[in-house]
Design a protein around this ligand. Structure first.
Ligand code: ADP
Ligand code: TRP
Length: 321
């Protein structure tokens, strides 16, 4: 089974990225042949500062390795190191109905939040389909917000297969229920574009400050607190043990504890949870050549597979004999 996922280097890694995509992807690297990449071509649709893009790409690579991506199991590479993906995206775009892209939420979301309504942003799901189909992926671990892009990928693959014979296999999304949507500081979906993120490698002081700033309602200390949709509980569930989570949920129900105390417990659990990864990150930071070597080897392997698939695609559509 081949597993593939990508993540855009468009900011620092936050709890939503980690629990929604990165941790499931890392766990899946044990289950099959994994391909994970830094989606820098996708990030170009929103990041306009070249220095920032380079930095985000590098940091994301370091963070992914610190969080447990094992380069001896998973092929790890930068999207732009495999040029065939843009060629495939073009071929796919020639069969992609406009209506399919017009229905995509992410384009509407991003343009309504002020990003330039560029062709790249509109065609973003086609490039994503190319990522997935180029490596003949079976399973794609992503957060819930990416489900529609997987549907678009399948539709495009079906269209190509109808026109040209069995060129592609159809991928399946893998969306974990427990962390499908990680809440942000204001209770909405945690997202860089909402400015409500908690970064996983935040320094101690900033992490504490952010967690203490989580928005809460005005229930008095002595009263029971609503557990449904509580951001504090939602995040605590991800970083604390099941026993700790059960005790906090009980304390919410009985009342007598203020939100400030719950936040302190959340901070302690979050800091502890990412401790081993912080240590690993320090070690990787001290050895820059390691990251370069991993990405170089990943690109070489990814290109080999991509070229094989592209030879088949070019032949199927009539670009090669
Ligand atoms: P952002 O919304 O911060 O820009 P991205 O769109 O770059 O994040 O998401 C990268 C990956 O992280 C995707 O697989 C996405 O589904 C996942 N992800 C992002 N935010 C969350 C969240 N709040 N909950 C669950 N998964 C998330
Ligand atoms: N669109 C994804 C995101 O914003 C990133 C991505 C690009 C991706 N290509 C992919 C994810 C292929 C899975 C498979 O998070």
């Amino acid at each position: 089974m081949r597993i593939l996922s990508g993540i855009q280097p468009s900011g620092k890694l936050h709890l939503g990225n980690y629990f929604g995509m990165m941790r499931p992807a890392i766990e899946l690297q044990e289950e099959g042949e994994a391909f994970y990449f830094i989606a820098d071509l996708h990030a170009l649709t929103t990041v306009r500062d070249p220095t920032a893009l380079r930095e985000y790409s590098r940091e994301l690579a370091i963070d992914f390795l610190a969080c447990g991506l094992d380069p001896s199991r998973a092929c790890f590479f930068r999207q732009s190191d495999v040029p065939a993906v843009t060629e495939l995206a073009w071929i796919l775009s020639t069969v992609t109905p406009m209506g399919l892209l017009e229905r995509c939420h992410s384009y509407k979301d991003k343009t309504s939040r002020g990003f330039a309504a560029s062709h790249g942003l509109f065609a973003y799901p086609v490039l994503m389909a190319a990522d997935i189909l180029l490596y003949e992926s079976d399973l794609v671990p992503v957060g819930r917000d990416q489900k529609q892009h997987l549907e678009v990928t399948r539709d495009i693959a079906i269209k190509i297969n109808e026109l040209y014979g069995e060129v592609f296999k159809l991928p399946e999304p893998s969306i974990r229920g427990d962390a499908a949507t990680v809440p942000g500081l204001d209770g909405a979906k945690m997202s860089k574009s909402y400015g409500n993120t908690i970064e996983i490698f935040e320094d101690e002081k900033t992490l504490r400050k952010k967690i203490m700033g989580i928005q809460t309602d005005s229930t008095p200390v002595e009263a029971p607190k609503p557990t449904d949709d509580s951001t504090i509980l939602g995040l605590y569930k991800l970083v604390a043990s099941p026993g700790e989570y059960a005790s906090m949920a009980e304390a919410f129900r009985v009342g007598g504890t203020g939100y400030g105390d719950f936040k302190k417990a959340l901070f302690a659990a979050a800091w502890r949870h990412f401790g081993p990864m912080r240590e690993k990150r320090e070690a990787i930071l001290a050895d820059p050549a390691f990251v370069d070597a991993v990405l170089r080897e990943g690109a070489a392997k990814a290109n080999t597979i991509a070229e094989k698939v592209m030879a088949r695609v070019r032949k199927a559509v009539g670009l090669a004999g």
